[in-house]
Design a protein around this ligand. Structure first.
Ligand code: ZN
Length: 135
């Protein structure tokens, strides 16, 4: 995950997490990134200079801390969502098109699946899936 400092066309600064630089580019191109202050879709990366401190702070987070955070994310997802496994892209589509009732799900999807779902307007978040130490 990468943290980018972003700015809208009205100069509101905010930050967003992205899987990688390409994920930012594609979401920005699709207008999927929205200014939390004014709702503007015209988002660009903030100039680098004001981001120095943010960049250092992110880089200074020990890998172990990030790993624990991702394990926590996994725990919350597993407690609140249904594991549909490899059927995830199919199930997410069926919910999006109203064929089945909406419910929180998680499962496996390839990067290509995620991109296709996003292109169809299905709200999907791709997360690195951390192995738990107890299992
Ligand atoms: Zn704005």
């Amino acid at each position: 995950m990468i943290l980018f400092s972003l700015v809208c066309s009205r100069e509101h600064g905010f930050e967003g997490w992205f899987k990688d630089g390409a994920a930012y580019e594609s979401q920005a191109a699709l207008g999927d990134i929205i200014c939390p202050v004014c709702g503007d879709h015209q988002i660009r990366k903030a100039p680098m200079a004001p981001c120095v401190h943010t960049g250092k702070a992110v880089a200074a987070v020990p890998a172990e801390v990030l790993r624990e955070a991702m394990v926590e994310v996994r725990r919350v997802i597993e407690e609140n969502c249904t594991d549909v496994g490899a059927a995830f892209p199919t199930e997410a589509r069926r919910m999006h098109y109203g064929e089945i009732e909406d419910r929180p799900i998680y499962g496996q999807a390839t990067a290509k699946d995620v991109q296709e779902l996003a292109e169809e307007g299905v709200e999907v978040v791709a997360l690195p899936w951390m192995r738990r130490q107890d299992g």
